[in-house]
Ligand binder design. Sequence first.
Ligand SMILES: [Fe+2]
Ligand SMILES: [Fe+2]
Length: 261
Amino acid sequence: MLKLLFIGDIVGRPGRDIVAERLPRLRSEHNLDFIVANAENAAAGAGITGSLAKSILESGVDAITLGDHVWDQRGWENEIGQIEHVCRPANLPASNPGWDHLILEKRGFRLAVFTVLGRTFMGMKAEDPFQCADRMIAQLKGQADAILVEVHAEATSEKQAMGWHLDGRVTAVLGTHTHVPTADACILPKGTAFMCDVGMTGPYASVLGREIQPVIARFLDGMPRRCEVAEGDVRLSGAIVEIAASSANAQKIELLTVRRN
Ligand SMILES: [Fe+2]
Ligand SMILES: [Fe+2]
């Protein structure tokens, strides 16, 4: 049996700090083999930089994934290819820099990881995520023992459809992007672990990680204003998946919430 922790969107310094503080103990307490984290909001809530990616990897994350905020930080497009263990969404145009998947190996077991962006209520130029996932799975055949697919999408319908579409073909289909953990963790009939959103890692006394008042004001008058990363009620949120080494089926999935106190 192998254990995977998939951490939801790391938001700003509060998110980075709780990961750095808690990860070493979480790894040993839960006997985690693989730790994968979405870090699309690591740099002040928008995107990531080379130095932040390195520090997140140094804090114990094995692989970093990204979402629609992938290119928010200027210069990251030149750095992404030089940092191992970081991948960008697989269904972006092929000309985008960066790896479209990663393969991690622990105890002789290979876990492939890739992200697909949803297209419903999403602004990115992305290829059909369903066709992309099919293509990636075919391409990874023989290269990995298990596959984790991150579905970075707004619509729960698109995420659920992806879970059913990939059931039995990958070990887990785990959602990110909406920053709110959902109460639907389950093992689908053919052995794939599924959850619509594993939640964000950052301040929960917020609106999706941002300070509350400017977000309310923006809804009220529609005027643009700075919405800084909030600070209160910082939590690390993710899903722990147990994987049967022989079949690569998921045996168990549960939400992990760690509060900073
Ligand atoms: Fe996010
Ligand atoms: Fe996102």
